[in-house]
Design a protein around this ligand. Structure first.
Ligand code: 4AD
Ligand code: MG
Length: 466
């Protein structure tokens, strides 16, 4: 007999004479003539109530079915007499597959998120994390759906790379050299990287963008979706050392087309979660973030706001707020500024564009006609309430001379980017793209406040457990 998932059992159109459920015991309550077991198999938030009659020959097994144990139940699906659920299962055969004793840490009581992080091997069995990781899975699927339906091709960017895509030097080294006794150059003074595994210095990628640009110059519209790594010592609720990023790259597309694509993409993911993860979102609305449902609806219903960096700086100056980091034209926007713009000023997602050239990456397209000292690039950041930046992107510099000037400004060595420069020598086109931090998007959709709680196993400074 085939196993039925609890989620499908809840949707049964009528009673069933025979059903097989497999899962884990959430709770058990023993009454005189029956035991009631709530079985959860992770297919949905709601468990299935299983009733085991004390007269059943298998009833002796029930005593071993503690919270956390895995069990198998064969029986009938019948209409539930109690409130709260339509169906329940009356057991005819009840087996314990794997026991769990009283040391099982997820006994039914409220646990802090911090505690649950320490038991990341068990937390997916809790309501909250089951819901988070179902939404994560569904939205990964929706990412592919969005781009595939629009004619984008999925490119697997390399994870090990020799180039720094952001030019920010926040990369993890990949090496097989013996740290205590590395091979040295002939003068004996420097590590000889030519003797390392790849014959040169190698790193974990910070972004698949540059490789994505290569493929956009061949397949027109592409996206990457993979893990990226930042050796940035940021201990915040929004930074992880390993996170997943989605990076579309589109040939023959300018900054405005890029902003339109970003907005459509974010809205698609929200709409998809609302449609396919309704019960999980209702759970988040009830227990994690009371205003979640309204916020998501609100975001879907109206166009995102757009404002230039220069306008943003004026808004901040006129806000009457005292900032921890006062902001003048040319400064990076800090999290407090980003949040003020989206949460208090615009009260909705806002795309800030045309940032000062000096604070943005070397590959961004220099805007024409800037006043001296006020050079900007065609950059954009999408800021959302509660989080701040969830997307960073730009139109890319497609002109060879300007790109080389940008690399010079950022003190990058051209010879490490020879192939990137070649794209501007052979069939260059205006092109644009962006990166969406998948975890930040999940925080936005679920209301979960810490990035450590939307990724299965968080890697942050000082932590790489499991
Ligand atoms: O703004 P970032 O650094 O942009 C890029 O990497 C570009 N190459 C993207 C592109 O144009 N193709 O990162 C993009 C997004 C951010 O907006 C943020 O959502 C997320 O990636 N992100 C992080 N998420 C979690 N932890 C971190 N340490 C992150 N750093 C960036
Ligand atoms: Mg950014």
């Amino acid at each position: 007999m085939q196993r039925t998932l609890v989620k499908d059992a809840h949707l049964a159109p009528g009673p069933l004479d025979a059903i097989l459920l497999q899962g884990w015991v959430r709770t058990r309550r023993d009454a005189k003539a029956f035991s009631f077991i709530e079985l959860n198999d992770g297919s949905c938030l709601k468990g299935m109530q299983v009733i085991v009659d004390a007269a059943l020959p298998d009833y002796a097994n029930v005593a071993r079915a503690n919270t956390g144990a895995s069990v198998e139940v064969r029986g009938k699906l019948v209409e539930s007499k109690g409130g709260g659920q339509k169906w329940e299962v009356v057991a005819e055969k009840f087996t314990v597959v794997g026991e769990a004793d009283a040391t099982y840490p997820l006994q039914k009581k409220g646990h802090t998120l911090e505690f649950l992080r320490e038991i990341a091997h068990l937390r997916p069995r809790s309501n909250l994390f089951g819901a988070v990781f179902r939404v994560r899975s569904r939205l990964a699927y929706a990412v592919h759906q969005f781009f595939q339906e629009r004619g984008f091709h999925y490119v697997h960017a390399p994870i090990i790379t020799a180039s720094d895509a952001e030019g920010a030097g926040e990369m993890f080294r990949v090496t097989t050299l013996d740290a205590a006794h590395p091979p040295l150059t002939e003068d004996g003074k420097h590590v000889d990287h030519a003797k390392d595994f790849f014959g040169k210095k190698a790193f974990l990628t910070v972004s698949g963008q540059l490789e994505g640009e290569i493929f956009a110059h061949a397949l027109s519209s592409i996206y990457t979706f993979g893990p990226t790594f930042r050796a940035e010592n940021s201990n915040t609720s929004r930074h992880a050392s390993e996170f997943w990023m989605i990076e579309p790259e589109v040939a023959f597309c300018d900054l405005h087309g890029n902003m339109d694509l970003a907005e459509a993409f974010v809205k698609h993911l929200i709409r998809d979660a609302k449609e396919h993860c309704a019960a999980d979102l209702a759970f988040f609305s009830q227990f994690v973030d009371k205003g979640l449902n309204e916020r998501l609806d609100f975001v879907l219903q109206r166009p995102f706001q757009r404002c230039s960096y220069t306008e943003a700086v004026e808004i901040l100056a006129q806000s009457g707020k005292t900032w921890e980091h006062p902001v003048a034209w040319g400064d990076n926007l800090q999290s407090e500024h980003e949040r003020y713009l989206s949460e208090e000023h615009f009260k909705c997602p806002v795309t800030v564009y045309n940032y000062p050239r000096a604070i943005k990456a070397f590959y961004m397209r220099q805007n024409d006609g800037c006043a001296p000292g006020r050079e900007t690039v065609a950059a954009m950041d999408l800021l959302v309430p509660g989080i701040g930046e969830i997307i960073g992107g730009s139109q890319r510099e497609e002109r060879l001379a300007e790109l080389r000037a940008g690399m010079m400004l950022h003190r990058l060595d051209e010879k490490n980017y020879w192939w990137y420069l070649d794209l501007r020598r052979y069939g260059s086109v205006p092109h644009s793209g962006f990166g969406l931090g998948f975890e930040r998007m999940l925080m936005f959709v679920t209301g979960v406040g810490n990035i450590r709680d939307v990724i299965p196993f968080a890697r942050t400074p000082g932590t790489a457990d499991f």
